[in-house]
Design a protein around this ligand. Structure first.
Ligand SMILES: Cc1ncc(COP(=O)(O)O)c(C=O)c1O
Length: 346
């Protein structure tokens, strides 16, 4: 047995005994690759094998592996200020600069960003922003969240309840109440499917009418569905959906956790169809996966609702690592690279 295979065996045994993986089943994990290094689009394992990282890991390593600029940005920030609270009354320079930078890159109607540590937490936060907004507007019954078949929005409790891939829900029910699935037809584009976008948007309107617009806070959608099958919608879908949301006072949450930061050629994807969301979740590509970071961007009117709140209606949402200075410094360095190398063009 050579050194590499003995290292692999030792690690594999400790892994089997002590590490629970996402989507865990022991049979699925037999012969797991144990990664040791990454460079560009290539990954290396303990067995000395080299793999092409064709998926950019989990659709997140947008600038590739092994970028020393990001390691340097993390080390510099850790050496200066590794962590400080960003709860009201406190802030830090990387978080401020990152919020300003990404609001400038996003849709014109966006005003401010709240930071999280990943995609599911971003969507959880987006649902709370939506409910908060309607309560501030004097419409406390607008609480329901719509989502679409094959949508994936993460797997914490509320995010899982919006995720519409049955396997993720089966062993964890019951789901959070007031999360509803829109009936078919779905926003698919396939040959001969004509103007499927309009029909798919009308199904959302039907759900709004059946429940009553006064009960619906928001609909959450991926601009391009990822985990559900990499489904690019028909070009008519999002413009029609935006118009329906406007007509019925329903907020549109764009889940751009995978489509953000250059993955579709634009900084953010709904620009392909010329529309803007009310809330946008992001994660993954914001740091190209070098550190965990995510967030929600909110439109001017939602930001205004927070700014104008009386003290007893303040935005009581929080997380220890919201605005983490090291994650934000790495995100700034990552965005510099995406920008300089022209990985996102609009
Ligand atoms: C569209 C979308 N939303 C949310 C998530 C959840 O992100 P996370 O795994 O960081 O919680 C994912 C993860 O793949 C995703 O693809």
């Amino acid at each position: 047995m050579n050194d590499l295979s003995s290292l692999t065996d030792t690690l594999a045994e400790a892994d089997r005994r002590h590490l629970i993986h996402p989507l865990h089943h022991p049979k699925d994990h037999l012969g797991a690759r144990i990664f040791t290094e990454g460079k560009g689009a290539m990954l290396h394992t303990t067995e000395g094998r080299e793999y092409i990282d064709g998926l950019s890991c989990l659709w997140n390593v947008n600038i590739g592996h092994g970028r020393q600029e990001l390691a340097a940005a993390a080390a510099e920030q850790m050496g200066k200020l590794a962590y400080a609270s960003a709860y009201a009354g406190y802030s830090n320079e990387p978080a401020i600069r990152l919020a300003e930078r990404i609001v400038g890159l996003a849709y014109d109607n966006m005003a401010a960003a709240y930071f999280t540590t990943g995609g599911a937490e971003s969507n959880e936060s987006a649902f709370k922003f939506a409910r908060y907004y309607w309560k501030r507007m004097g419409k406390p019954d607008k609480v329901k969240i719509l989502s679409r078949s094959y949508g994936y929005h993460g797997v914490t409790m509320a995010a899982m309840s919006a995720t519409r891939l049955a396997g993720y829900q089966k062993m964890f029910g019951p789901m959070v109440p007031e999360f509803l699935q829109v009936a078919p037809p779905y926003p698919y584009r396939w040959p001969g499917n004509g103007d499927a976008g309009i029909g798919a948007a009308e199904a959302v309107e039907q759900a709004i009418l059946e429940n009553g617009a006064d009960t619906i806070a928001a609909i959450i959608c991926e601009p391009v569905m990822g985990a559900g099958g990499v489904i690019v919608p028909p070009p008519t879908y999002f413009p029609a959906l935006r118009e329906i949301c406007n007509r019925h006072d329903v907020l549109l949450i764009a889940d751009e956790v995978i489509t953000g930061f250059g993955r579709t050629g634009r900084w953010f994807a709904l620009g392909h169809w010329g529309i803007e969301p009310d809330l946008m979740s992001f994660a993954k590509g914001v740091t190209s996966g070098y550190l965990p970071l995510g967030g929600v961007m909110v439109s001017k009117r939602i930001h205004q609702a927070i700014e104008d709140a009386p003290p007893d209606e303040k935005f009581m949402h929080a997380a220890t690592y919201s605005g983490h200075p090291v994650c934000c410094a790495v995100a700034l360095a990552n965005i510099d690279i995406i920008d300089k190398e022209g990985l996102a063009h609009i």
